[in-house]
Write a protein that binds this ligand. Structure first.
Ligand SMILES: [Zn+2]
Length: 429
């Protein structure tokens, strides 16, 4: 089971000084910055997924790439641009969620093939159009398609037509990457229907798209229905899985790879699960930068808060945390300082218990990953991109270890049917 990390130019600056919060003057963005696979001796994923829409900056989503970076990616290829080591693979896709509001995908199969070939990807996905809806109940009406919203059927047809053209063009152009056909659907049976057609087009690898909003039982339900029509030599990729706890069970349904960004995103987007360990997750300690915080600045301008007082509380909080890490300050006094600043930046929150827990356990001291060893307590501070991204990298490393642990258990574990029954889902006979 291969885990691909969906990249959005997530890097850290190795010259960043946590004390002064400054960077080396000579540092050049991206060139001197480090990807997670460069921070860790053992990369925390098997490969990266790069979306054409992310590179091009389609529609409302601005590009994460400067013009010079984009040109270098096209010229030098994905392996050189991302400085991918020997074992790491690369997968390209269109980034269908970025144009989900548009009537039609903005790329032609040939444009996408140009992107994959030029950048020398190992795998390339056909052009697809996401269906915004999932209703397993519609399968009871099957094949009475009039119950299914016309827009959903239209999007599935577009996706299948484009996959057909993609397969034909890949053959004619004798491409160097492995093509994957993308299946979109609104229910288990409609996904299975799409997979049947993709297999008929000659695809041996099929990616299941649009599953980002689905919870694990929904995904397993689809996989179980697909299993009844899947050829023995077809393998599946799951696009954008956010819940990864059951990922080892996917293996039994011919899922050989998936991609996700959630271990990284949770570090700074989640309300509670910001820092992973093998056993549980912790909340990160919020210490926002007064200067960069729009809400705090607005309240200072309106006279509600006094600039100097806020700055002092922030400074004392940071000071207390580093003294705590050096065992020069007690937990209670440290927590007091953290909460005193929180009273100002998030007066309605009460995170005292979660903060006490994480300060008490100091999980970063028992983590042997490169990030935690290097930056110590800084990794638990919810503050600015350099700390938040590093915590995200740590999460990737832990997630990858959790995945390996689950996979190690799998061979002798329960069958797919038992897994489904355990989750209260009826398996397809
Ligand atoms: Zn760590």
């Amino acid at each position: 089971m291969k885990f691909f990390f969906a990249d959005s130019q997530d890097t850290v600056d190795p010259t960043f000084d946590f004390e002064t919060e400054t960077r080396a003057e000579w540092r050049i963005r991206q060139r001197d910055d480090l990807y997670a696979h460069e921070v860790y001796q053992k990369p925390p994923y098997d490969g990266i997924l790069v979306s054409k829409a992310m590179v091009d900056g389609n529609g409302s989503t601005g590009s994460r790439y400067s013009l010079a970076q984009r040109q270098r990616l096209w010229r030098a290829g994905v392996r050189s641009f991302f400085r991918l080591g020997g074992g790491l693979e690369s997968m390209g896709d269109c980034g269908a969620f970025s144009y989900v509001r548009e009537e039609y995908p903005p790329f032609t199969p040939d444009e996408v093939i140009d992107f994959y070939e030029n950048c020398k990807f190992d795998y390339g996905l056909s052009v697809d159009h996401v269906i915004l809806g999932f209703q397993p109940g519609l399968d009871d009406e099957w094949p009475e398609l009039h119950c299914v919203p016309e827009e959903w059927r239209r999007r599935q047809e577009i996706t299948l037509e484009l996959a057909d053209e993609f397969a034909r063009r890949c053959n004619i152009r004798k491409v160097h990457f492995t093509p994957l056909g993308v299946a979109q659907g609104w229910s288990p049976a409609s996904y299975a229907g799409a997979v049947v057609q993709l297999q008929a087009m000659g695809y041996k690898r099929i990616a299941l798209g649009g599953m980002v909003p689905l919870k694990t039982p929904g995904i397993l339900q689809c996989l179980d229905t697909i299993a009844s029509i899947l050829r023995s030599d077809t393998t599946l990729h799951l696009l954008g899985v956010t819940r990864c706890e059951q990922v080892a069970h996917f293996l039994r349904y011919h899922v050989t790879s998936f991609d996700s960004t959630s271990p990284l995103r949770q570090a700074f987007k989640d309300g509670k699960d910001n820092y992973y360990t093998m056993g549980r997750n912790y909340l990160a300690i919020r210490v926002p930068q007064t200067e960069g915080n729009a809400q705090l600045q607005a309240r200072i301008r309106s006279g509600e808060l006094h600039q100097e007082t806020v700055r002092q509380l922030e400074e004392r909080c940071l000071q207390a945390l580093s003294e705590y890490a050096e065992r020069r300050l007690s937990l209670d006094i440290t927590l007091e300082q953290v909460l005193a600043y929180e009273q100002v930046h998030h007066p309605k929150e009460n995170r005292a218990e979660a903060y006490r827990e994480v300060l008490q356990d100091q999980p970063w001291t028992s983590c042997s990953c490169e990030v935690c060893r290097q930056v110590g307590i800084q990794v638990i501070l919810f503050r600015g991109t350099e700390r938040n991204k590093r915590r995200g990298f740590h999460n990737l490393a832990i997630f990858y270890s959790r995945l390996q642990r689950e996979l190690a258990k799998t061979p002798g574990a329960s069958s797919a049917r038992e897994t489904l029954e355990g989750l209260g889902i009826e398996a397809v006979p």
